[in-house]
Design a protein around this ligand. Structure first.
Ligand SMILES: O=c1[nH]cnc2c1ncn2[C@@H]1O[C@H](CO)[C@@H](O)[C@H]1O
Ligand SMILES: [Zn+2]
Length: 360
């Protein structure tokens, strides 16, 4: 089938989409940050919402994961009360629903939201309140679950893993680790990952973004990650010869054979330097080799993006059409951390019928 070049924006938005990798503290509305900062006297680099949006995008456009992460001081800083967390969570769901997202797993690090005295439990409860309000306001057109993140440079992973288990029947679908990757290998938290496995739970690990193959190898083979956050550097284990034939190393083969989902975030990867450009993003090669590739936003604020925009960029860069978008979306739905019957229902009742109705 010949792919169509460039899909119309309104249809990209209308298409049912699935989002597995999106940070709550990376997706605030600029105007909300301005409001919340004024309430608590948090000093911002810009006080006008448009100027602030530009500041985030430019500051995050740094070519380094560490510098990119510095921008979060101004989102996390205004997310320290239950009411602020609930508002941000509710608006997140509203924004995703308006963009045609039908299922999302939204991650955040509870340990970053306790500066003003909230307990970890209260952080999760406040976010759940916002998600529930947002889903109800969207007429249940979207399902949103939490992933609880532990920060790699801290030492609270076990506590956060226990929190994820305590909330597993109240909206939390799994666990993640994030933060600077170089110097903080995932095996530092092996006890948390082993605990989650014993609890029959699910987790993803940011790996292969700010560091290469050893990080992916540890995440998969030592820690047992169900999915990889980004995983872009898996291409370092793939050689393409002059005839265009790809040779997979053992780790790349393992990741493909086991259908380990890659949560790829094209715009974010360009900003942190994990990929040179959208046009040269490894997603294209990995998708052509039938890795379990998914498309995600990572941080909508820092990348000034949305899931429909990320798909738009791919349709322009790679000539992707509805067939590729459906494949990527079904990949994501198959890889979600909710029960199989719920995933199956979304695929057969929501996703497939919509794409089947598009003229190809
Ligand atoms: O792409 C990323 N790689 C690693 N860490 C990240 C990325 N995006 C955000 N965070 C980190 O995750 C925390 C919880 O949401 C954020 O505060 C940020 O520090
Ligand atoms: Zn991320």
């Amino acid at each position: 089938m010949e792919p169509t070049r460039g899909l119309p924006d309104d249809l990209l938005r209308a298409a049912p989409k699935v989002l597995l990798h999106d940070h709550l503290d990376g997706g605030l509305r600029p105007a909300t940050i301005v409001d919340l900062a004024a309430e608590i006297g948090h000093e911002l680099p810009e006080t006008d919402a448009d100027a602030l949006a530009t500041w985030f995008a430019e500051a995050a456009d740094s070519g380094s994961l560490e510098r990119y992460l510095e921008t979060f001081a101004h989102t996390v800083g205004v997310m320290q009360t239950a009411s602020a967390l609930t508002r941000v969570a509710r608006e997140c769901v509203e924004d995703l629903a308006a963009d045609g997202v039908v299922y999302a797993e939204i991650r955040y690090a509870p340990e970053l939201h306790v500066e003003s005295g909230l307990e970890l439990e209260e952080v999760v409860a406040a976010v759940q309140q916002g998600f529930a309000e947002g889903m109800a306001a969207a007429g249940d057109r979207i399902i949103v679950r939490h992933l609880l993140t532990a920060m790699r440079q801290a030492a609270r992973a076990m506590e956060i893993a226990e929190l994820a288990i305590a909330w597993r029947d109240r909206g939390v679908a799994g666990f993640d680790i994030a933060g600077p990757e170089a110097g903080y290998p995932p095996t530092r938290f092996i006890d948390a990952f082993e605990y989650l496995q014993r609890e029959n739970s699910h987790f993803t690990i940011h790996a292969g973004e700010g560091f290469g193959l050893p990080s992916i190898w540890e995440a998969v083979q030592w820690c047992g990650a169900d999915r990889l956050g980004h995983g872009v550097r898996i291409v370092d284990d793939i050689k393409v010869d002059d005839a265009g034939v790809a040779q997979l190393g053992r780790l790349a083969s393992y990741v493909r054979d086991k259908r380990i989902p890659l949560e790829m975030c094209p715009s974010s990867n360009v900003q942190t330097g994990a990929a040179p450009s959208i046009a040269e993003h490894p997603l294209k090669l990995l998708a052509s080799l039938r890795f379990r590739v998914t498309v995600n936003t990572d941080n909508r604020l820092m990348s000034r993006t949305s899931l429909s925009q990320e798909f738009g960029l791919l349709t322009e860069a790679f000539g992707y059409g509805w067939a590729e978008m459906e494949w990527l979306t079904v990949n994501a739905m198959k890889s979600a951390f909710i029960p199989y019957d719920e995933r199956y229902r979304l695929i057969t009742e929501t996703i497939k019928p919509w794409y089947a109705a598009q003229v190809r």
